[in-house]
Design a binder for this molecule. Structure first.
Ligand code: NAD
Length: 397
């Protein structure tokens, strides 16, 4: 049973509290911090939280709680983490960890120096579909992962601070690209070093300084490519999809829309349909269990189990730091229009390079490239001669 301090009473503070208090849970938010006393009180009353305050440091230091959950705008993450480290409190921070890798590294150093438990709240690594897919990949069902594409797009965030680069650290890339990068990293293998990034980003629609759309490629030491696509300019709700291609298989995940719950209503039912839904009438895609579908349930279960057991959670501040380092390289690439190296002064994964192309033996003289049954029923073999490397074709009746 965990007693939590919740920092922030916005969208994510609400989702997190709903998760922590959900399903007759024994975990409780005991203390809530918001900018104003009035907002803190009304949130506390809504969720049955005994203590509320507009003093962040007091909320963190409150002896009633074992862990602090940070659900504040990006520019406040570092300050909150430093206060947690000083107070010797376990800390779980939402995404992105920092606005830059330098900020994220200072946070990582602070918690490690203080010896406090740290978790990176990357919920999309924990959706039921993602966890099942990760298991299949770890069981070898896809062979060697070659390409992991992850997409999160919608029509833009719900609060002003996201749109202000100084507070947020950037646009769609830092806000949602961080999810996609970490999801791809999980599929490719977190032990595999990200080497370089090629990224496009632009302000296509909104009158802001930051990018509202971005697409990028991350090249990994295994030879795999992580592809991220994030946009605040996409119409039609929230599009959350992943595709993973390996040498022995393919996986497609669709997390949010057209997942089997589709409804037509000419009149609507007066309100919220699902996060970032753009309409409440016509064909709509309601989501029955938003916090489960988005991974919050499994995420907090892992985090709080890990805290109790004294083990590392699946996602911690080191992962947040790696994601920020990849995003820093992506921002440099947007400017330079070239591949930019991922600057990871502190790399803790494998030093191995990729396996490269693996040859499949066909016979004493050939490697097999491809086998296909054609419409006429015959099988065609594409082979490579071991001596000389010539590509040849054979047809079997
Ligand atoms: N899937 C996810 O993991 C997910 C989803 C949404 C948001 N987030 C993250 O959660 C954090 C908060 O986002 P949100 O959507 O809840 O934002 P929000 O705007 O809905 O809520 C932010 C909260 O911080 C408070 N706040 C704003 N400016 C402040 C300031 N200067 N000082 C103190 N408090 C301030 C607001 O009053 C509110 O309580 C961000 O880091 C965001 O990236 C994560």
């Amino acid at each position: 049973m965990a007693q939590i301090t919740m920092l922030g009473t916005g969208l994510i503070g609400r989702f997190y509290t709903q998760t922590l208090h959900g399903q007759r849970s024994r975990d409780r938010v005991q203390v809530v911090y918001s900018r104003t006393e009035e907002r803190a009180r009304s949130f506390a009353q809504e969720w049955g939280i005994p203590t509320w305050t507009a003093d962040m440091a007091a909320a963190i230091r409150d002896p009633q709680t074992d862990a602090v959950v940070i659900g504040l705008p990006n520019h406040l993450h570092e300050q909150a983490v430093q206060l947690c480290a000083e107070a010797g409190k376990a800390v779980l921070c939402t995404k992105p960890l920092g606005r830059t890798a330098a900020e994220a590294k200072r946070m990582l150093d602070a918690v490690e120096k203080a010896g406090v438990f740290h978790g990176y709240l990357e919920d999309l690594a924990y959706t039921p579909k993602t966890l099942k897919a990760l298991q299949s990949i770890q069981n070898g069902a896809l062979g060697r992962v070659l390409w992991a594409r992850s997409r999160e797009t919608h029509s833009g965030p719900h609060s002003e601070w996201f749109w202000d680069k100084a507070q947020s650290g950037g646009g769609a890339l830092v806000d949602m690209g961080c999810h996609c990068i970490e999801v791809s990293r999980n599929f490719i293998g977190k032990d595999v070093r990200p080497l370089e990034v090629m990224c496009w980003g632009a302000t296509q629609v909104h009158p802001i300084e930051a990018e509202d759309s971005t697409i990028g490629l991350v090249r990994y030491a295994s030879g795999a490519i992580g592809q991220f696509e994030a946009s605040w300019a996409f119409r039609g709700g929230m599009d959350l999809r992943d595709e993973i291609t390996g040498t022995a298989g393919t996986l497609w995940l669709n997390h949010w829309q057209r997942t089997g719950h589709e409804m037509f209503t000419a009149v609507g039912e007066g309100g919220y349909v699902a996060e970032k839904a753009e309409g409440a009438t016509g064909w709509i895609f309601p989501v029955g269990d938003e916090i489960g579908t988005l991974g919050y349930l499994e995420m907090f279960t892992d985090m709080l189990d890990a805290l109790e057991a004294g083990r590392k959670p699946m996602e911690d501040f080191y992962d947040g730091y790696v994601v920020n380092a990849i995003m820093d390289a992506a921002y440099r690439s947007i400017e330079s229009k070239r591949w930019e190296p991922v600057d990871l002064a502190d790399w803790r994964g494998s030093a191995e390079a990729g396996a490269g192309v693996q040859l499949t033996e066909f016979d004493a003289d050939h490697y097999l490239i491809k086998r296909e049954t054609m419409p006429d029923g015959r099988t065609r073999l594409i082979l490579k001669e071991k001596a000389g490397g010539k590509i040849v074709q054979r047809v079997i009746d």
